[in-house]
Design a protein around this ligand. Structure first.
Ligand code: ZN
Length: 243
Protein backbone atom coordinates (compact mmCIF):
# COMPACT_ATOMS: atom_id res chain seq x y z
CA UNK A 1 0.00 0.00 0.00
CA UNK A 2 1.37 3.40 -0.93
CA UNK A 3 -1.01 5.72 0.91
CA UNK A 4 -0.06 8.80 2.90
CA UNK A 5 2.50 8.24 5.66
CA UNK A 6 2.00 9.79 9.05
CA UNK A 7 3.82 9.78 12.38
CA UNK A 8 1.77 8.73 15.35
CA UNK A 9 3.03 9.44 18.86
CA UNK A 10 1.31 7.68 21.76
CA UNK A 11 0.97 8.66 25.40
CA UNK A 12 3.03 6.31 27.63
CA UNK A 13 -0.16 4.79 29.11
CA UNK A 14 -1.06 3.55 25.62
CA UNK A 15 2.25 1.84 24.82
CA UNK A 16 0.82 -1.38 26.23
CA UNK A 17 -1.36 -1.55 23.12
CA UNK A 18 1.38 -0.61 20.64
CA UNK A 19 4.55 -2.45 21.69
CA UNK A 20 6.55 -1.03 18.79
CA UNK A 21 5.90 2.49 20.11
CA UNK A 22 7.76 1.67 23.33
CA UNK A 23 11.21 2.56 22.04
CA UNK A 24 10.65 6.01 20.60
CA UNK A 25 7.06 6.68 21.70
CA UNK A 26 5.89 6.91 18.11
CA UNK A 27 5.30 4.79 15.02
CA UNK A 28 5.20 5.55 11.32
CA UNK A 29 1.92 4.45 9.76
CA UNK A 30 0.72 4.20 6.19
CA UNK A 31 -2.93 5.16 5.78
CA UNK A 32 -5.30 4.62 2.85
CA UNK A 33 -6.27 8.26 2.33
CA UNK A 34 -9.94 7.69 3.21
CA UNK A 35 -10.04 6.11 6.68
CA UNK A 36 -10.56 8.34 9.71
CA UNK A 37 -7.79 8.96 12.19
CA UNK A 38 -9.87 7.16 14.82
CA UNK A 39 -9.92 4.09 12.61
CA UNK A 40 -6.16 4.32 12.00
CA UNK A 41 -5.43 4.57 15.74
CA UNK A 42 -7.74 1.65 16.43
CA UNK A 43 -6.13 -0.49 13.77
CA UNK A 44 -2.73 0.21 15.35
CA UNK A 45 -4.15 -1.63 18.40
CA UNK A 46 -5.51 1.06 20.72
CA UNK A 47 -9.16 0.77 21.84
CA UNK A 48 -10.79 4.16 21.30
CA UNK A 49 -12.23 3.88 24.82
CA UNK A 50 -8.67 4.59 25.99
CA UNK A 51 -8.06 7.61 23.78
CA UNK A 52 -8.63 11.13 25.03
CA UNK A 53 -7.62 13.84 22.59
CA UNK A 54 -6.16 13.50 19.09
CA UNK A 55 -3.80 16.24 17.91
CA UNK A 56 -2.48 16.85 14.40
CA UNK A 57 0.58 19.07 14.33
CA UNK A 58 -0.41 20.30 17.76
CA UNK A 59 -4.05 21.10 16.97
CA UNK A 60 -6.97 19.05 18.28
CA UNK A 61 -8.91 17.18 15.58
CA UNK A 62 -12.05 15.01 15.71
CA UNK A 63 -11.73 11.22 15.45
CA UNK A 64 -13.31 11.56 11.97
CA UNK A 65 -10.33 13.56 10.68
CA UNK A 66 -8.81 11.94 7.58
CA UNK A 67 -5.02 12.11 7.81
CA UNK A 68 -2.95 13.41 4.92
CA UNK A 69 0.71 12.76 4.12
CA UNK A 70 3.31 14.03 6.54
CA UNK A 71 1.00 14.77 9.43
CA UNK A 72 2.35 14.39 12.90
CA UNK A 73 -0.30 12.89 15.18
CA UNK A 74 -0.35 12.84 18.96
CA UNK A 75 -2.64 10.39 20.76
CA UNK A 76 -3.40 11.28 24.37
CA UNK A 77 -4.81 8.89 26.96
CA UNK A 78 -8.34 9.39 28.22
CA UNK A 79 -8.56 12.02 30.97
CA UNK A 80 -8.88 10.94 34.59
CA UNK A 81 -11.26 11.24 36.29
CA UNK A 82 -13.36 10.31 33.30
CA UNK A 83 -16.87 11.69 33.07
CA UNK A 84 -19.55 9.43 31.58
CA UNK A 85 -22.47 11.78 30.89
CA UNK A 86 -26.09 10.85 30.37
CA UNK A 87 -26.76 8.16 32.97
CA UNK A 88 -25.89 7.28 36.55
CA UNK A 89 -22.48 5.63 36.66
CA UNK A 90 -22.87 1.85 36.55
CA UNK A 91 -20.80 -0.98 35.18
CA UNK A 92 -21.01 -4.25 33.32
CA UNK A 93 -18.11 -6.69 33.72
CA UNK A 94 -17.25 -9.63 31.51
CA UNK A 95 -16.81 -13.24 32.62
CA UNK A 96 -13.13 -12.80 33.53
CA UNK A 97 -13.65 -10.06 36.12
CA UNK A 98 -15.63 -11.82 38.85
CA UNK A 99 -13.39 -10.77 41.73
CA UNK A 100 -13.45 -7.13 40.63
CA UNK A 101 -17.25 -7.34 40.33
CA UNK A 102 -17.63 -8.58 43.91
CA UNK A 103 -15.31 -5.86 45.22
CA UNK A 104 -17.15 -3.08 43.41
CA UNK A 105 -20.44 -4.39 44.82
CA UNK A 106 -18.92 -4.55 48.28
CA UNK A 107 -18.26 -0.80 47.86
CA UNK A 108 -21.86 -0.23 46.79
CA UNK A 109 -21.07 0.43 43.12
CA UNK A 110 -23.81 -0.77 40.74
CA UNK A 111 -22.05 -3.64 38.97
CA UNK A 112 -23.62 -6.17 36.63
CA UNK A 113 -21.50 -9.21 35.92
CA UNK A 114 -21.87 -12.13 33.54
CA UNK A 115 -20.59 -15.31 35.18
CA UNK A 116 -20.98 -17.22 31.92
CA UNK A 117 -19.61 -16.24 28.55
CA UNK A 118 -22.67 -14.85 26.75
CA UNK A 119 -20.56 -13.56 23.83
CA UNK A 120 -19.49 -10.10 22.76
CA UNK A 121 -22.69 -9.10 20.89
CA UNK A 122 -24.89 -9.90 23.92
CA UNK A 123 -22.54 -8.05 26.30
CA UNK A 124 -22.45 -5.00 24.07
CA UNK A 125 -26.24 -5.04 23.73
CA UNK A 126 -26.66 -5.20 27.50
CA UNK A 127 -24.21 -2.32 27.96
CA UNK A 128 -26.30 -0.26 25.54
CA UNK A 129 -29.71 -1.29 26.92
CA UNK A 130 -28.80 -0.63 30.56
CA UNK A 131 -26.38 2.22 29.90
CA UNK A 132 -23.55 0.49 31.69
CA UNK A 133 -19.84 1.13 31.21
CA UNK A 134 -18.38 -2.12 29.85
CA UNK A 135 -15.21 -3.11 31.72
CA UNK A 136 -13.04 -5.71 29.99
CA UNK A 137 -9.54 -6.74 29.06
CA UNK A 138 -10.84 -7.85 25.66
CA UNK A 139 -9.91 -5.27 23.04
CA UNK A 140 -12.22 -6.83 20.47
CA UNK A 141 -15.19 -6.36 22.78
CA UNK A 142 -14.21 -2.73 23.44
CA UNK A 143 -14.21 -2.03 19.70
CA UNK A 144 -17.93 -2.78 19.42
CA UNK A 145 -19.85 0.28 18.40
CA UNK A 146 -23.03 -0.67 20.29
CA UNK A 147 -21.35 -0.17 23.68
CA UNK A 148 -22.82 2.60 25.80
CA UNK A 149 -19.28 3.23 27.04
CA UNK A 150 -16.30 1.05 27.73
CA UNK A 151 -12.99 0.91 29.52
CA UNK A 152 -10.00 -1.39 29.30
CA UNK A 153 -8.95 -2.96 32.61
CA UNK A 154 -5.17 -2.65 32.58
CA UNK A 155 -4.11 -5.08 35.30
CA UNK A 156 -4.73 -8.77 35.81
CA UNK A 157 -4.57 -8.36 39.62
CA UNK A 158 -7.86 -7.60 41.39
CA UNK A 159 -6.28 -5.07 43.81
CA UNK A 160 -4.83 -3.05 40.93
CA UNK A 161 -7.98 -3.45 38.85
CA UNK A 162 -10.08 -1.98 41.65
CA UNK A 163 -7.70 0.92 42.18
CA UNK A 164 -7.66 1.59 38.42
CA UNK A 165 -11.46 1.70 38.15
CA UNK A 166 -11.86 3.82 41.30
CA UNK A 167 -9.23 6.31 40.12
CA UNK A 168 -10.58 6.47 36.60
CA UNK A 169 -14.31 6.88 37.31
CA UNK A 170 -14.40 7.96 40.97
CA UNK A 171 -17.77 6.32 41.64
CA UNK A 172 -19.73 7.20 44.74
CA UNK A 173 -18.91 4.62 47.43
CA UNK A 174 -21.63 3.18 49.66
CA UNK A 175 -19.95 0.19 51.31
CA UNK A 176 -22.04 -2.69 52.68
CA UNK A 177 -25.19 -1.73 50.78
CA UNK A 178 -25.13 -4.27 47.94
CA UNK A 179 -25.23 -8.02 47.62
CA UNK A 180 -21.84 -9.20 46.39
CA UNK A 181 -23.50 -12.25 44.85
CA UNK A 182 -26.17 -10.57 42.71
CA UNK A 183 -25.80 -6.74 42.94
CA UNK A 184 -29.18 -6.41 44.72
CA UNK A 185 -29.67 -3.86 47.49
CA UNK A 186 -29.29 -5.01 51.10
CA UNK A 187 -31.69 -4.16 53.89
CA UNK A 188 -31.41 -4.86 57.56
CA UNK A 189 -33.00 -8.07 58.69
CA UNK A 190 -33.92 -9.62 62.01
CA UNK A 191 -32.33 -12.84 63.16
CA UNK A 192 -35.64 -14.60 62.62
CA UNK A 193 -35.81 -13.49 59.00
CA UNK A 194 -32.44 -15.04 58.17
CA UNK A 195 -32.56 -17.93 60.65
CA UNK A 196 -32.89 -20.58 57.93
CA UNK A 197 -29.49 -19.51 56.48
CA UNK A 198 -27.58 -19.53 59.77
CA UNK A 199 -25.52 -22.32 61.21
CA UNK A 200 -25.82 -22.86 64.92
CA UNK A 201 -22.62 -20.96 65.81
CA UNK A 202 -23.57 -17.97 63.70
CA UNK A 203 -27.01 -17.89 65.23
CA UNK A 204 -25.51 -17.70 68.71
CA UNK A 205 -22.69 -15.22 67.96
CA UNK A 206 -24.20 -12.47 65.79
CA UNK A 207 -27.10 -10.09 66.16
CA UNK A 208 -26.74 -7.70 63.22
CA UNK A 209 -27.93 -9.04 59.88
CA UNK A 210 -28.81 -7.85 56.43
CA UNK A 211 -30.57 -9.57 53.61
CA UNK A 212 -30.49 -9.05 49.86
CA UNK A 213 -33.78 -7.70 48.57
CA UNK A 214 -33.26 -9.51 45.26
CA UNK A 215 -31.88 -12.98 46.05
CA UNK A 216 -32.56 -13.24 49.79
CA UNK A 217 -28.98 -14.02 50.76
CA UNK A 218 -28.17 -13.24 54.39
CA UNK A 219 -25.16 -11.13 55.47
CA UNK A 220 -23.46 -10.70 58.80
CA UNK A 221 -20.00 -9.76 60.05
CA UNK A 222 -18.62 -13.24 59.70
CA UNK A 223 -15.39 -15.03 58.93
CA UNK A 224 -14.16 -12.95 55.98
CA UNK A 225 -15.09 -9.67 57.50
CA UNK A 226 -11.58 -8.40 58.27
CA UNK A 227 -10.42 -8.96 54.72
CA UNK A 228 -13.49 -7.19 53.34
CA UNK A 229 -13.10 -4.39 55.84
CA UNK A 230 -9.53 -3.85 54.60
CA UNK A 231 -10.75 -3.52 51.00
CA UNK A 232 -13.36 -0.98 52.07
CA UNK A 233 -10.88 1.00 54.17
CA UNK A 234 -8.39 1.17 51.29
CA UNK A 235 -11.03 2.35 48.86
CA UNK A 236 -12.25 5.07 51.22
CA UNK A 237 -8.67 6.18 51.90
CA UNK A 238 -7.98 6.39 48.16
CA UNK A 239 -11.06 8.54 47.66
CA UNK A 240 -10.12 10.84 50.54
CA UNK A 241 -6.59 11.30 49.20
CA UNK A 242 -7.91 12.25 45.71
CA UNK A 243 -10.22 14.96 46.96
ZN1 ZN B 1 -28.44 -10.93 46.18
Amino acid sequence: MNGPEIDVEFAPELHVFVPRARQSGSVRATTDGVSSLGHVVESLGVPLTEVGVLLVDGREVPFAHVPTAGESVTVRAVARPQQVPGAPLRFLLDVHLGTLARRLRLLGVDTAYESTDIGDPALAARSAAERRVMLSRDRGLLRRRELWAGAFVYSTRPEEQLRDVLERFRPELLPWTRCTACNGMLRTASKDEVADQLKHGTHATYDVFARCGACGRAYWKGAHHEQLEAIVEQALALRAERR
